[in-house]
Structures are given as C-alpha cells and as structure tokens.
Design a protein around this ligand. Sequence first.
Ligand SMILES: [Zn+2]
Length: 402
Amino acid sequence: MNRSTLEKALGLPEPWRVVKDEFSAEERRLDITIDFEPGSTFPCSNCGAESKAYDSEMRTWRHLNFFQHDTYLHARVPRVACSQCGIKTVDVPWARQRSGFTLLFESLIMTLVKEMPVATIATLIGEHDTRIWRVLHHYVEEGRKKADYGKVERVGMDETSSRKGHNYITLFYDLDNKQLLFGTSGRKQGVVSEFAEDLEAHGGDSNQVRQTCSDMWPAYIKGIRDCFPNAAITFDRFHVMRILNDAVDQVRREESKDRKELKQTRYLWLRNPDKLTANQRQIMNDLPTHTLKTGKAYQIRLTFQEFFTQPDRQTGETFLKRWYYWATHSRLDPIISAAKTIKEHWEGILNWFDSHISTGILEGFNSLIQAAKARARGYRTNRNLITMAYLIAGNLNYGLPT
Ligand SMILES: [Zn+2]
C-alpha cells in the first residue's frame, strides 16, 4: 500500500510517518508501523517544553478496521527528559496516554455504545468487555470534568434498582435541561450531600436550588432540607398516586379472601375507567362495585386524582381537606393509612400547584436505563450502571474526533 496514503488516512502530523505496513489476507490483519524522524523534538506531556527523545518504548494500538481486517498501529513512543518535570512519556497524536486503542477506535466504541450492549461490542470487535468499560468510564469522567452545572435551579431525584434485591442507585437530574447531573450508589441521606458537593464542584450553587422533586423517601427529604436550604420540595405526583394505588390493592387483596370474583382483577383497579379495554370494562361492570369495599376504595382513589387538576393551591387545599375527611372516615384501614401519609406530606404535595414539577421526565430516562440494563442482563458493578446512565442521559461532551 502507498505509505503517504496511509499517513493521510491516519492524519499523521510531523514528525510521524509510516515506515512499514504488513498485510495478511489469511489472518485478516493489517499491521502499520509508525516512526518519527531521527533527531525530532517532542513537547513534554506535562509542561510543553521541547526536547529530543531520551529513549522510547514499543507500543501497539488497536485501530479502526481496514475493511474486514483488524488493524493495529505500532510505534516506539519517545520519552523526554524534561529539565522541569523529569522523564515523561510524550503524547502521541493518535491515542491518549495508556490506552491500547487509537482515538478513532475509541470514538467508534462511543458511537456503538448508543446502539448496542457492551457485550455485543466486545464480540463484534473481539476485545474483552473490561477494556471497553475502561474506555466508557474514561470518557464519561472527562465529559463530567468539563460539565458546567452553574445554572441548576430545579432538581429531580429518583432511585433505580441496580441489581436483584434491594440494591439501588440514586440519580439527580436538572429538570430544566433534562440532563442527568449525578448518579451514586445507594439511597441513604448521604447521597444528597454527595450530590450537593458534586454540584458545587461543577460550578453549581446549593443555595441557588429553589425546587426539588422526589418521592417521599425520608432520607431524601432530610437530605434536601440539610443540603438545599432554599429549596421547596414537591412530592412527585406519580409517587403520591402510587400510595393510593397500593392502598386500593390492599383492600382488594383482603376482600378477595371472601369474594372470589375479585381474584385476578388487580390491574383493573390500578387503571382509570377511560383506560380500560372493552373486555376489562365488561368485567368491571359485572362486579357489584357498589357493595364492594374495593369499589369504594377505588372511588376514593379516583377522586384523589382530581386533586391535581384543581386550578390553584387554595382550591387544591380545600379539595384535599374534604378528601382527607372522606378517606379517614371510610372505615378502610389501608385507605386511612394512605390518607395519613398524605397528611404527613401535606405541604410538599400542595407545592405541586406552585412548581408544577414532577419526575415524569426521569421516568422516561429511567426506563431507557432499565432497558439497557435488561439488554445487558444486568451490570457487574454499580459503576457500570452509573456510567451507562450518564451515557444515556448525561448530555456530556466527550471531545472525541469523529
Ligand atoms: Zn516538562
């Protein structure tokens, strides 16, 4: 092959040039050896001062395939004896320090990861997946170093399960930019202060955060109060509704011990009437809903839902007080208990009328993250899951060649 064509294809600047290329059709492999002009000087990778090579070390990088041929670059990488910094390995233009892949190859990995699981990429390019994860972690970390969270004022937080059982990560989002800001293991109170620290490290200001949205997990509430003194908490309406849904289901489960017709009707009661299929509506119509405790609990839940469509906070509070009276006099224990939970979170539920924020956008990201996790059949570590979350929702700039 013409070496100057190869040099152009690789975008090799002075003093680097292609000195050898070996092409093996049987092994489907192309090996390109690069070297520098004798006597060349190189900038110190730390301070930039130029000096001649002190010694060098042979290195190999995986590069983009040349058609179907695995392609490798080989070069002796010079070290300089910098008068300021000591012995330093110089930066080569085609790869970052200590990576076994060229920048273009890493750029390919970062493109592929949007489309397919890491294990599939590993098979496709014939490399172990830990090498691919190393690349992903690196670029996500680089992207996050450059990220500026200076304008963050409204934060949504949510947990997502990381592995089977009770393993969680907590994700914090900018609700205005619709961007993942921070992810960390666990869902204890400390995760909120970890986030506050990270926010400040990225030009953000905890005092500037005015609104937060989360579920009613006590550790989150305490964390927000401690770390974001100027933030009002809005409890996410979907999580609030879930409390009512769970209460209706408890009533149904209890009642179905005597009323066999309630078996396998769980999902009917979780839906709104207009969302039922014709078949489900028929089943519902055939049930004596007016005499069932479950029917009563369902009506209480449907009415609670109308709270969110009230025109303003004052009307909303009047509505909620009436509903609370009705619910607590229902003689249905799960409903009474749900109503008490609502009472304990009164202000944060009413704050909906001021902020109109919910974690709805987070649920969208959450399902993308869970789908990626399912395709990967789970991740070995929380770190992998969090890196994947940043790749999906972080909107980071990786500064890679394209
Ligand atoms: Zn130096």
